[in-house]
Design a protein. Structure first.
Lengths: 448, 336
């Protein structure tokens, strides 16, 4: 159209870069493989045959990972068989906790009876112990009050660690008109996998409330569950507001560190200081803090980079934009505002401009109209009910939380590799707990 | 002069008891205070000046009770327009009109600014009747009226807790607690400032769906709390300890659990589960704690009321999430 100012003609123009024929700066992103990070991390050698570390797996060596987070969507198709339905326990509603899945005859009751058998080791409150016993026997006097809505964060963490490929049903809509057809349910494959698709995950869920009593109860429960790896991708309390009420929590976490490899997300503040409880990594025998880096190992803008703490791992995560006097990292595919100087043209930051890659981490999302990437349908697919869409099953994910989940997957694979002696596999009870199978020093060595 | 001073202080104390005050009266009172502040001499130093400061801060607090102002200034025309606009018009347009209406009054924007108006206007809602109906239809499915909340301590133990309230009552009158007094008055209504500020809401981005969610939680959470209050019928602290002089009028319902604690922690819990990445969540929980504890400062609740409200909030999460399903989706869309 003639006479239009340049800003308006710009949005009608498709600019292409020479090399890849890709429209430039129009919000039109290149596609990428949803599991690109598995190759970047060296888990698989290729993204077609998925050969690599998984080929080495030997049944019987699988690790148990406890995830302290928001309630995990355990009915996500890619988490089938991954989530330990019997041990998954929620502390966000009751201080004493509640099993998310009611006790029923079969494997769930058997697993819980094994748990009750070791309650002599219980160090928590007597009422919490009674609650576990009552629930296992199926006579919990408390009203049925368990979390029915799941958290996107915990689901994404579980997905990055241990999702497995799955097949699910999707409902195709009916076709009206001349080609009148009823709706049909079709099988569809969901070829997504976490770093360690052999592990089992025990979600131990909490609310975001900075409540030391709740966190302590959850940690005491984790000791009973005896996980090989513990993932804590949360800040339990603002570091500046942490008071003596948290001392018991610190002690319980350090006790857990004696038997399990405990990984804590460093936080996303971009600060040099770590979030709580990751800051306990400076304590002798404390947890490992995990911060986020790019594919080159460079710490990302939002991730803490403590210089004097060598108990910090760096693992891959998604990038984010940053614009400061130190330089600019920017998203070249973001729709641009032609009225504003673009970051790459900043006259002061010449030579300090970095373009972000297109790839971001993809993980699992709560199915249906929930989570980071909600379905447009007001319908919640549960159990065997078909899905209406696939998109809502997956989402982008980032932060040091994502790094911590990937680190847990990698360390799990390493522990499983260590356990591959024939004697141990024949007698699962002799499997070395995570911490003994792989020392902290060895775990950290994996990320050098 | 002393007579005028006494009038000013009386005016201020009237405002504590009766929130239906007209702006003209406030402005007049403020003019009196300003006049007195300009005076010097022994009669105006020390306790007198402290009283003046206190009266001034009380008036400032009242002027930020925006709905009262709106009614007294522009009456039913404004109210009708306000409600219609909420539903019909774009947020930005609404905001502009909202401000315009306030500015167009006889008092003028300058006066309002001068007496400490915060200039926040969070969306208001009528009774969320559909959600209340759903809540009651969910009663047996979620057992929200019989959650395992521990009954209150004995009256003797609760009387023991009032000792702390007597200390707080004394401290509340200190000049350095002027801001707490202001907040207590604000939080007596359903004002959302305490919850919205930690989230980074500002005048251009008031996060309407989030504000609506919070109002709904206040309404539904309040209804849940009333079931427990009606069951336990725990006496208010001022009944147990007559030396307590509550800073606010004592509500007509019983004390245990604290509904302010229940509502404010429910807001924090539900928001944290809906937008778990929000960096303001720790501050939101601190704000919830502050709102809950301010009711202790005001002499309306003992600490065990507050703790019970917090515990009940966690237990009520499942039913609130179910009843407000659609609103949670709108909030997710607003932030992600």
């Amino acid at each position: 159209m003639r006479g239009l100012p340049e800003e308006l003609t710009f949005i009608e123009t498709i600019t292409r870069t020479g090399a890849d024929n890709q429209p430039l700066m129009k919000g039109f992103r290149p596609a990428f493989h949803a599991l690109w990070h598995l190759k970047a991390l060296g888990v698989v050698d290729d993204l077609k045959g998925f050969h690599g570390a998984w080929d080495q797996h030997q049944a019987g060596t699988e690790v148990r990972v406890a995830v302290f987070d928001t309630p995990v969507a355990y009915d996500h198709p890619n988490l089938a068989g991954v989530i330990d339905l019997a041990l998954m326990r929620d502390f966000s509603i009751h201080d004493d906790g509640v099993f998310v899945v009611p006790t029923e005859d079969g494997p769930i009751r058997r697993t819980r009876e094994q748990l009750v058998a070791v309650l002599s080791e219980w160090e928590g409150s007597p009422t919490a112990r009674v609650a576990i016993e009552n629930e296992t026997a199926g006579n919990d006097p408390r009203p049925d009050c368990r979390p029915r809505y799941f958290g996107a964060h915990g689901t994404a963490i579980a997905g990055l660690i241990g999702a497995r490929p799955a097949i699910t049903k999707i409902r195709r809509p009916a076709l009206r008109g001349d080609l009148d057809k009823a709706s049909v349910d079709q099988d569809v494959s969901l070829p997504y996998a976490g770093v360690n698709p052999f592990c089992t995950i025990v979600p131990i869920t909490m609310s975001a409330s900075p409540d030391p009593q709740m966190v302590l109860a959850a940690l005491q429960y984790a000791q009973l569950v005896k996980p090989d790896i513990v993932v804590i991708a949360a800040a339990w309390e603002d570091r500046r507001h942490r008071k003596s009420a948290w001392n018991k929590v610190d002690a319980a976490l350090l006790a857990l560190c004696k038997k399990s490899v405990v990984l804590c997300a460093a936080g996303n503040s971009g600060d040099v200081d770590l979030a709580y409880p990751a800051c306990l990594s400076v304590e002798p025998g404390g947890p490992i803090a995990v911060t986020a880096c790019d594919t080159e190992g460079k710490v990302l803008a939002y991730a803490p980079n403590p210089v004097k703490n060598d108990n910090v791992l760096r693992t891959l995560s998604s990038w984010s934009e940053a614009y400061s006097a130190d330089g600019v990292t920017w998203d070249p595919w973001k729709a641009i505002d032609p009225m504003v100087i673009q970051p790459c043209e900043d006259p002061v930051l010449k030579g300090k401009s970095v373009e972000l890659p297109a790839e971001t981490l993809i993980s699992l999302d709560v199915p249906g109209p929930y989570g980071y990437n909600p379905s447009p349908y007001r319908y919640r697919p549960t159990g065997d009910r078909p899905h209406f869409d696939i998109g809502s099953l997956y989402c982008r994910f980032s932060g040091t939380s994502a790094s911590t989940a990937l680190a847990a997957g990698l360390i799990g694979l390493a522990i499983q590799e260590r356990r591959k002696t024939e004697d141990q596999i024949k007698a699962p009870a002799t499997l070395k707990p995570g911490k003994k199978a792989l020392s902290y020093e060895e775990a950290k060595q994996l990320f050098r | 002069m002393l007579t005028r001073f006494s009038v000013v202080v009386d005016n201020a104390s009237i405002r504590v008891e009766d929130t239906r005050v007209g702006l003209n009266e406030l402005v007049k009172a403020l003019q009196n205070i300003d006049f007195l502040r300009d005076q010097t001499g022994p009669a105006f130093d020390g306790p007198f000046r402290d009283k003046l400061d206190e009266a001034s801060s009380l008036i400032a607090a009242f002027t930020s009770l925006r709905s009262t102002l709106a009614l007294s200034v522009s009456g039913s025309l404004h109210k009708g327009l306000h409600k219609g606009l909420h539903k019909a018009l774009h947020k930005g347009l609404h905001k502009g009109l909202h401000k315009g209406l306030h500015k167009g009054t006889g008092i003028g924007a300058g006066d309002m600014q001068a007496i400490g108006t915060t200039d926040y206007s969070w969306p208001e809602i009528d009774l969320p009747w559909k959600h209340h109906a759903l809540l009651h239809r969910c009663r047996d499915a979620f057992c929200w009226d019989r959650l395992p909340l521990l009954p209150p301590p004995t009256d003797g133990d609760r009387l023991g807790e009032t000792k702390r309230l007597l200390v707080l009552q004394e401290k509340l009158l200190a000049p350095e607690n002027a801001d707490r007094r202001r907040r207590i008055l604000l939080e007596a209504s359903n004002d959302l400032t305490a919850y919205m500020q930690p989230l980074g809401a500002d005048v251009s981005a008031p996060y309407g769906a989030t504000a609506m969610l919070f109002q709904m939680i206040i309404s539904l959470g309040g209804a849940i709390g009333q079931h427990y209050k009606a069951r336990f019928m725990a006496a208010r602290p001022s009944v147990l300890e007559p030396d307590l002089q509550p800073f606010l009028p004592v509500p007509g319902h019983s004390s245990y659990p604290s509904n302010h604690a229940l509502q404010s922690y429910l807001i924090a819990e539900i928001f944290a589960r809906t937008v778990p990445e929000h960096p303001g969540i720790p501050a939101l929980f601190r704000a919830a704690k502050d709102v809950a504890e301010n009711r202790e400062w005001a002499g309306l609740h003992v600490p065990t009321d507050t703790t019970a409200g917090r515990k009940l909030a966690r237990m009520a999460i499942p039913v609130i999430e179910a009843v407000l399903d659609d609103q949670l989706a709108a909030v997710r869309e607003e932030w992600y």
